[in-house]
Design a protein around this ligand. Structure first.
Ligand SMILES: Cc1cc2nc3c(=O)[nH]c(=O)nc-3n(C[C@H](O)[C@H](O)[C@H](O)COP(=O)(O)O)c2cc1C
Length: 393
């Protein structure tokens, strides 16, 4: 926050009090975070007595997903659940081939599989195959996975216990703490039985980390200077409390990694412009690269294979749940893969794929997801969710 923003904030606060604006402030959620109907899905999960398909869907909707678009719909018939991609919720030029959408669907699948095991169901899971392509002009529902349940012994894993505690942490992390070698080995082992997934990690201080950080920052600049991408990204950001409580989706200031004081000010000030949002994103990305212990990629053999994208999503959810169980913080930082998609869409050549190849040293593995991790300094808040009733067909 610069001096001008601070003075604006002080001014807004004076007006708020002098004008008897406390009612308005309450209405704008200035004094509330993480409460209200948009967060009921998190408390429903804790209090639910459901055991079958609905319980699995209650877990699915708490999963990580791109820009909090929650691009899922579910249909239940007896002991079977079908999962559909809701392409009306796509991110436009930020995700032109629906690759990130399918990663998000994979995240939901992972939560559902962990829940099935904990509740005593064996699952026959079928993932749709095929090549990802730009969405049709008319939004469609595409079936991407089916779960058929049968009885089995209960298996409750620490990852299952982490489902309601996992939140994306966009704060700076402790710059003075590294991640132990044991923890990194455990993380890599999460992918050991997955022939189509490979995880690459880079520790702060290495030249590879430096390259990863620099190209993440320049990729952020590429996205910001691409008006269409910047617009498509910003379109999902909730500008105020009421909008967030109504839509129950999208990113919101409370989960942006800002301090409580700044969050309060932003809620009182006029709506943030796209330019202010982008400037904040770039500056945060630079800061994050200074305070992060480890960055990494999840890679697959083919970026645009539908089933592989969902497998990568299952892996990200697993990694993030594991980190949560270890009290480690994580945030996806996908600017590099997003630029690769946009290059392909525009038929443009950029240096990003070559940089990623040099980082992995194994060009047969295509990084489809990038993330950072470290020891947290700040607690994170949950993000909004549409409840089960709103995503059941
Ligand atoms: C495919 C995918 C891409 C994502 N990319 C980013 C990203 O680049 N930056 C970021 O801050 N969060 C990113 N996220 C995290 C989502 O924004 C986050 O999961 C969503 O807002 C819900 O919040 P939660 O994870 O706290 O539940 C991504 C998540 C997925 C699944």
């Amino acid at each position: 926050m610069n001096r001008r923003q601070f003075l604006q904030g002080v001014g807004a606060f004076s007006v708020l009090v002098a004008g008897g604006g406390v009612y308005r402030a309450v209405n704008q959620g200035v004094f509330s975070s993480g409460t209200g109907p948009a967060f009921d899905a998190w408390s429903d999960w804790q209090s639910s007595s459901e055991k079958g398909p609905i319980r699995m869907i209650q877990a699915g909707i708490l999963a990580s997903n791109p820009h909090n678009t929650q691009p899922w719909l579910f249909e239940v018939a007896g002991n079977r659940i079908d999962l559909f991609a809701d392409t009306s919720r796509h991110l436009g030029s930020m995700d032109p081939y629906l690759r990130e959408m399918h990663i998000g669907l994979g995240c939901a699948i992972e939560n559902m599989m962990l829940t099935a095991a904990a509740d005593g169901h064996k699952v026959e899971l079928t993932l749709a195959n095929g090549i990802l392509s730009p969405p049709a002009a008319n939004p469609q529902m595409t079936k991407v996975a089916s779960f058929t349940l049968s009885p089995a012994a209960k298996v409750q894993s620490p990852l299952y216990d982490a489902i309601p505690k996992r939140h994306t942490n966009r704060f700076n992390y402790d710059a003075n703490r590294t991640i132990s070698d044991n923890a990194l080995a455990e993380l890599l082992a999460l992918a050991k039985d997955e022939p189509e997934i490979k995880i690459f990690l880079y520790q702060k201080g290495s030249s590879d980390y430096q390259t990863f950080a620099q190209v993440t920052v320049t990729s952020t600049e590429t996205i910001i200077s691409d008006h269409t991408m910047a617009h498509d990204s910003f379109a999902w950001v909730d500008q105020n409390w009421q909008e967030m409580q109504n839509d129950k989706d999208g990113p919101y200031i409370d989960t942006s990694g800002s301090s409580p004081a700044l969050r309060t000010l932003v809620k009182m000030l006029p709506a943030t412009s796209q330019e202010q949002f982008d400037a904040g994103w770039l500056s945060n990305t630079k800061d994050h690269m200074e305070s992060t212990a480890v960055v990494g990629f999840i890679a697959v053999p083919d970026l645009y294979d539908r089933a592989m994208a969902m497998q990568a999503g299952r892996m990200w959810q697993r990694v993030h749940l594991w980190a949560t169980s270890q009290n480690l913080a994580m945030q996806p930082i996908n600017q590099m893969p997003e630029v690769v998609d946009r290059d392909r869409q525009l038929g443009r050549a950029s240096t990003v794929p070559g940089v990623m190849d040099s980082l992995t040293g194994e060009p047969q593995w295509r990084p489809t997801f990038a993330f950072r991790m470290g020891h947290p300094i700040n607690e994170t808040l949950p993000s909004a969710r549409r409840p089960v009733e709103e995503v059941l067909i």
